[in-house]
Design a protein around this ligand. Structure first.
Ligand code: 2AM
Ligand code: CA
Ligand code: CA
Ligand code: CA
Length: 267
C-alpha cells in the first residue's frame, strides 16, 4: 500500500475510533438494550451494533471501494483478501462493557491484498490508543513501544489466558496448561482479546493463548505484535488465517519453543 494513502487512511481511522469511543462513553450513561447471541453468556448490546454501524457509514462514504468485516454483521461478506479490507470489532470485551464498565476496546485491523497494514486498539475507558503500522512500529498513544524483552523464559513470563483452559476441556491438554500455570511467573485474564494482544505488544504480558478467536479479535493485534518483534500463530504452529476462526498463540519469540514442546498439546 502506498505510504501517503496509508497515512491518510490511518488518520481517518484514528479520528473515527476516538469519535466512536466518545459515543460509547456517552451511551453508557443511559440505559441500553442487552441481548444474548449463541448462549446466555454471549452478550451483545445496542451499543455494539450502533458502533459498528457508525464505522460502516464512515468507511463506505469515504472509501466506497473498501470492504468491511464486522462482528455484528453490518459489513460485507468477504471470502478473499483482494483490495483493502477493514476488520472491525466495535466492542471487544462486551461482557466487561456490560458488567465492569471498563476493560473493553475497539479493534480495527486494515489489510491490503492480504497484508496487515494498520492496527488500532482503543482502550475506551482508559483513553489509551495502541496503533501499529507495518514497518513503522507500534505505539501506545504517541509513544513508540520498544521491541519485546530479550532475556526471558517461561519462569519469568506472565501468560495471558482464560482460566477455563486449565479445566477439563476437549481442545487442549489441561494437565500441561496447569503445569504452565505453575512454572510461569503468573497468569492474567482480561476478557478482551484485543487488549491482551495490546498488552503483549506493550510487554506487560509475554504471551496470550486462546482456543478460539474470530478475525476481528486478532486482526489489529497481530499487526502490533509483528512490529515489536513478537509472533502470532495458531496453536498448531501454523500461520493464522485472517478470514476464519483460529486458535491463537501470540508471544515473545524466545518462549515459543518451550511453550510448544512442553505446555501446548492439542487434543
Ligand atoms: P467479544 O467481547 O467481542 O465477543 C473474551 O474472553 C474474549 O473472547 C473477548 O475478546 C470476546 O470478544 C471473545 N469472544 C467471545 N465469544 C467468542 C466466540 N464465540 N468466539 C471467539 N471469541 C469470542
Ligand atoms: Ca461478541
Ligand atoms: Ca471480540
Ligand atoms: Ca465484539
Amino acid at each position: 500500500m502506498q505510504t501517503a494513502i496509508r497515512q491518510q487512511i490511518f488518520e481517518n481511522a484514528k479520528k473515527w475510533v476516538y469519535e466512536a469511543g466518545e459515543r460509547i462513553r456517552s451511551h453508557m450513561k443511559k440505559q441500553f438494550q442487552i441481548d444474548t447471541k449463541s448462549n446466555p453468556n454471549d452478550l451483545v448490546t445496542e451499543v455494539d451494533k450502533a458502533t459498528e454501524q457508525f464505522f460502516v457509514e464512515k468507511i463506505k462514504t469515504t472509501y466506497p471501494d473498501h470492504k468491511l468485516i464486522g462482528e455484528e454483521g453490518y459489513g460485507d461478506t468477504v471470502d478473499k483478501l483482494d483490495g483493502t479490507i477493514w476488520i472491525i470489532d466495535p466492542i471487544d470485551g462486551t461482557m466487561n462493557f456490560v458488567h465492569q464498565k471498563r476493560n473493553f476496546a475497539i479493534s480495527i485491523g486494515i489489510y491490503h491484498e492480504g497484508v496487515g497494514e494498520i492496527g488500532l486498539i482503543y482502550n475506551v475507558m482508559e483513553d489509551v490508543l495502541y496503533t501499529g503500522l507495518k514497518g513503522e512500529g507500534a505505539f501506545r498513544n504517541q509513544v513508540k513501544l520498544p521491541m519485546l524483552r530479550e532475556k526471558i523464559q517461561i519462569e519469568t513470563s506472565i501468560i495471558g489466558m482464560n482460566s477455563i483452559l486449565a479445566c477439563e476441556n476437549r481442545r487442549i491438554n489441561e494437565k500441561k496448561i496447569q503445569q504452565l500455570i505453575k512454572d510461569s511467573r503468573g497468569t492474567r485474564s482480561y476478557g478482551s482479546a484485543a487488549l491482551e494482544f495490546a498488552f503483549v505488544a506493550e510487554g506487560v504480558l509475554d504471551c496470550y493463548i486462546t482456543m478460539k478467536l474470530a478475525p476481528w479479535d486478532f486482526a489489529a493485534g497481530s499487526i502490533l505484535i509483528e512490529e515489536v518483534g513478537g509472533m502470532t500463530v495458531q496453536a498448531t504452529g501454523e500461520p493464522v488465517n485472517i478470514l476464519t476462526d483460529n486458535t491463537i498463540i501470540t508471544c515473545n519469540k524466545l518462549i515459543y519453543k518451550d511453550l510448544m514442546t512442553k505446555y501446548v498439546e492439542l487434543k
